[in-house]
Write a protein that binds this ligand. Structure first.
Ligand code: OOG
Ligand code: NI
Length: 459
């Protein structure tokens, strides 16, 4: 009997990401237009800025740039979340980070499923921002019970997907043909459905409570609501969007424009109004908007110290603005951000020396050719040109930015105040496992890169 080898989870994720992108392109034509704009902008930036090109070559990011994207979904129950965690695990995606969106008036808390090792990220950086609706925040007990009962009746996974998850868990992987089938079956969970699970009136009641609640409760599954490509210059894309008939949100979320980008900058455009058939309708007479477009630019991952500085400056700018950023105050907000962030060093040396960002270390040509250097401290190796430091790219999300993206797509009417506090413990209880601390992952990648340099130089 020949034993069939397993397909690596990284390759399953790579295939799934491609399949998801193809499905989304077919369902949302604007996504194709956006992808083209981003690809064209990236080509221009690489041609214009040899330094960025060389940096992306050093880190290998150039190879993943075109396949880089994240999606987002929202689920309604603990069982759905826990099963999703098992589904993503088949593709080597683990829950990283905890994001509480309730302080910003969005009744969810979230994590990001993604690969955790730099080698795996290199094969496919695909990530999914996954939110769990906090039903306990619905005050009206009757409505809460109704929402719960609707959710309890649905099954968001195909039976074949569930079988393949169990198979992978039982034997430790999937064979070639199983992996192919798994990708097709898993995709079904994320598909858009034109028919709802509730009547038009029930939808209205849910929506009146919060549009997000209607989005999660009234449908057969957690449709993917956006798929975001990575651009090398988000300001260019933001400026170009209107020329392509796309209206972006008023401000770019995240840090201001810098010479050396940090963390994550994001912008989005409004959700599409899509025809829906409610259960008391035979035709698609109603409508619902959930799917929107988003673009992001990624920069250096920050250390706890760098992140604390980022949070402080962001809060200071927002406090001075005195309101959520919007159309009317956008230019004032941008000016405030630039002013406050002038305190954040904008050079690689500055960020490295003050330990504000994580870096990856690589041997230079000199290092590759050299014999064993006399001094092997990292400082000396950098000074003498044996190794070079490149910023480690941020792979995660930002809660304030995510809230801004949610808000702009739900409309301002959705700004509710929730007194309830962050509850990572209850999220992890629903998830069925703990979430991984992203800072630990960056520190590990940085440490491994130093170790590899030293090992190579010792030979
Ligand atoms: C997710 C919004 C957050 C991001 O990139 O921060 C987000 C959602 O709307 O479900 O996509
Ligand atoms: Ni997003």
């Amino acid at each position: 009997m020949t034993v069939q080898p397993f397909v690596s989870p990284d390759l399953i994720r790579q295939r799934f990401s491609k399949a998801m992108s193809d499905m989304y392109r077919e369902e949302v034509p604007l996504y194709g237009a956006l992808m083209e704009l981003v690809e064209q902008t990236n080509r221009e930036v690489l041609a214009r800025e040899p330094q960025i090109a060389s940096q992306l070559h050093s880190t290998g990011e150039i190879e993943r740039l075109d396949m880089e994207r994240h999606g987002a979904i929202r689920v309604g129950t603990a069982t759905e979340l826990a099963t999703l965690a098992r589904l993503f695990a088949v593709m080597g995606m683990l829950p990283v980070g905890y994001y509480d969106l309730t302080p910003a008036g969005v009744p969810v808390h979230s994590t990001a499923f993604r690969a955790v090792h730099e080698d795996a990220l290199q094969v496919s950086p695909f990530r999914v921002f996954t939110s769990l609706l906090r039903l306990e925040l619905i005050e009206d007990p009757e409505l809460r019970a109704f929402a719960q009962s609707v959710l309890d009746q649905r099954s968001i996974f195909t039976s074949e997907a569930l079988r393949l998850i169990e198979q992978a868990e039982a034997v430790g992987g999937l064979t070639e043909s199983e992996a192919g089938e798994f990708v097709l079956q898993a995709l079904e969970t994320f598909r858009w459905h034109h028919s709802a699970t509730v009547t038009a009136a029930q939808y209205q009641t849910l929506s009146a409570q919060h549009r997000l609640i209607a989005d999660v409760v009234a449908f057969k599954g957690p449709h993917i609501n956006h798929l975001t490509p990575r651009t090398l210059d988000i300001d260019i894309v933001q400026a170009q969007m209107p020329l392509h008939g796309i209206t972006p949100k008023a401000v770019i979320e995240g840090p201001p424009r810098r010479q050396h980008p940090i963390l994550l900058r994001q912008t989005s455009f409004k959700a599409l109004d899509e025809p829906i058939a409610f259960t008391d309708q035979t035709q698609t007479r109603g409508s619902h908007s959930a799917r929107f477009g988003e673009i992001e630019q990624r920069g250096a991952a920050l250390t706890p110290k760098g992140r604390a500085l980022y949070d402080r400056l962001l809060n200071a700018a927002r406090e001075e603005l005195g309101d959520f950023p919007n159309e009317a105050n956008a230019s004032r907000y941008n000016a405030l951000m630039t002013r406050h962030f002038s305190e954040f060093p904008d050079s690689l040396e500055g960020m490295r020396e003050q330990e504000l960002a994580y870096f990856r270390y690589f041997l230079t040509d000199k290092g590759l050719m050299a014999g064993r250097p006399a001094e092997v401290s990292l400082q000396a190796l950098l000074r003498d040109g044996y190794v070079k430091a490149e910023p480690l790219v941020y792979e995660d999300f930002l809660p304030v930015s995510a809230a801004g993206i949610f808000q702009s797509n739900l409309g301002d009417a959705a700004q509710t105040h929730y007194g309830e506090h962050s509850n990572r413990q209850s999220f992890e209880l629903s998830l069925g496992r703990s979430t991984i601390d992203e800072l630990g992952l960056y520190a590990e990648t940085q440490r491994r890169s130093i170790e590899e340099c030293l090992k190579a130089l010792a030979r």
